[in-house]
Write a protein that binds this ligand. Structure first.
Ligand code: URA
Ligand code: SF4
Length: 196
């Protein structure tokens, strides 16, 4: 019963979001990238916005950065289909520029609705843009990545963005240890979304 209501609300939200024209990114997108994975998961990952590959395929993190993300998640036994992955803005910013504040503010309501329905226990921001929007405006990814804070009933952290790791692989070991800490946090507080 609970699940049916949940699914109906989720599907309604998704249908509304796929038709969204709340900001100008709707004019240049191929399609809205709503999110991927299991909406009943206890773990939510939040990126910045779709890139070219995501805009074409309609799924978050499927380009080169996404492939690196999958490898890093797999290193601690986490599969994409067992978590949920979404973005701050759901349409691609032209030329992969950072999403503007006005676009983030227009779009964040969709993510808030998704979060309200999911009720995840853990939220992981991928990169600076998501961390500044979700955790705090002055988030410093270099010094604060991988640290856990409890906020609004969620355990939150941020990792380096996988696209940044592709540009600067020296930081990969940091993210592998951050992944380990995600694995530990999941074993500590999750009841259904557990690493392999
Ligand atoms: N980068 C992001 O932040 N999100 C995606 O979905 C893909 C690349
Ligand atoms: Fe709507 Fe978000 Fe797309 Fe803007 S980026 S059109 S707010 S779904």
């Amino acid at each position: 019963m609970q699940t049916e209501t949940h699914n109906r609300n989720w599907e309604t939200l998704k249908a509304e979001c796929l038709a969204c024209t709340r900001c100008a990114l709707s004019e240049t997108r191929t399609q809205v990238v709503f999110g991927v994975g299991n909406p009943e998961s206890e773990v939510l990952l939040i990126g910045e916005g779709p890139g070219q590959e995501e805009d074409i395929r309609g799924e978050p993190f499927v380009g080169r950065a996404g492939q690196l993300l999958d490898v890093m998640l797999a290193s601690v036994g986490i599969k994409r289909e067992n978590i949920y992955i979404a973005n701050i803005v759901k349409c691609r910013p032209p030329n992969n520029r950072d999403p503007l504040n006005i676009e983030q503010d227009a779009c964040i309501g969709w993510l808030r609705e998704q979060t309200k329905l999911m009720r995840p226990k853990i939220i992981v921001c991928l990169g600076r843009v998501a961390a500044m929007k979700i955790i705090k405006p002055d988030y410093k990814i270099t010094s604060e990545h991988g640290q856990w804070i409890e906020k609004s009933g969620f355990w939150m952290t941020a990792f380096y963005h996988p696209a940044f790791l592709l540009r600067d692989p020296r930081h990969k070991p940091d993210t592998f240890s951050d992944m380990k800490s995600l694995e530990s946090k999941m074993r500590e507080i999750c009841t259904k979304t557990l690493p392999d």
